[in-house]
Unconditional design. Structure first.
Length: 281
């Protein structure tokens, strides 16, 4: 092989190696600059007001309870009133009046225990002037007005606190949330952030030290140069007294809502990520 041809071959291999090195350097640099950004650690609070009255029974439940009540009264009749009350006394007459009311409630308005009672005791019941006890109404003024800021509404349902942030936020309506500081336990961060957003005028309790759910989402566009999104760990909490008084200016409104009402207010993605953490009742 001549000297000129050997020199030409060496030059070609040198150019090839230089091009390969440049390409490798570019790929390595791209790998470093395009590393994915981490998610920011956040804590969310599902602040719950538990039911304050029993829920309204269904038609089947009412029929079942009535049937059980009739069986119970039939098994305990006749009641030995002569053993407990002096015959002809005022207490015996009062007991007989109450007994007729209970029998009517269990078996119907036209029911009377004995034919002889119909002419005496039943007359006393109708003319005694005593009013039957009536339960308090299940609907409050907040229910009638549709005021979702009141804790007195929907007494038979679980209510959850929803706050309204800025319109620039990805999720305008959301649960209260905040961010944990370095080395801070998540349950303590949840308590601190709840008071920071909603004010200190609430008697609340964070249930447990472990989260009950996780919701992860990405920011839109380049909203944050350091983080690509958030990982929100949710903690359950109860409110015993007080009310929300928003401290931060970013909170524009709030509402105490049932699970079905929350679905109509929040974004679909947010609803699908948090619905399994809420009670159906």
């Amino acid at each position: 092989m001549s000297t000129s041809s050997l020199l030409t071959r060496c030059q070609r291999e040198l150019h090839h190696n230089i091009g390969f090195a440049h390409g490798l350097a570019k790929r390595g640099l791209a790998t470093v600059t395009e590393a994915p950004k981490p998610h920011r650690l956040a804590v969310g609070i599902l602040l719950n007001r538990a039911p304050i009255i029993t829920r309204t029974p269904t038609k089947f439940e009412r029929e079942f309870y009535g049937y059980q009540q009739r069986i119970q009264r039939a098994l305990h009749n006749p009641f030995p009133s002569e053993f407990y009350f002096k015959q002809g006394s005022l207490l015996e007459a009062q007991f007989n009046q109450d007994e007729i009311r209970r029998e009517r409630k269990a078996f119907g308005k036209d029911f009377v225990k004995d034919a002889e009672d119909k002419s005496s005791l039943l007359l006393n019941v109708e003319t005694s002037g005593e009013e039957e006890e009536k339960p308090m109404p299940r609907l409050t003024p907040a229910d009638e007005k549709g005021d979702v800021r009141k804790l007195e509404r929907s007494g038979s349902r679980n209510l959850y606190l929803l706050v309204k942030g800025s319109s620039k936020d990805k999720y305008e309506w959301r649960f209260p949330k905040g961010y944990a500081e370095t080395g801070e336990p998540l349950h303590e961060a949840a308590k601190r952030d709840l008071h920071a957003e909603c004010g200190p005028n609430m008697n609340t309790w964070i249930v447990g030290r472990r989260p009950i759910g996780l919701f992860e989402y990405n920011y839109e566009g380049q909203a944050d140069p350091q983080f690509s999104g958030e990982k929100v760990f949710f903690f359950k909490a109860h409110i015993f007294a007080g009310q929300v008084h928003a401290v931060e200016k970013s909170i524009n409104d709030f509402a105490w809502l049932t699970k079905e009402e929350i679905e109509s207010r929040v974004a679909k993605e947010y609803w699908l990520g948090t619905r399994d953490m809420l009670s159906d009742f």
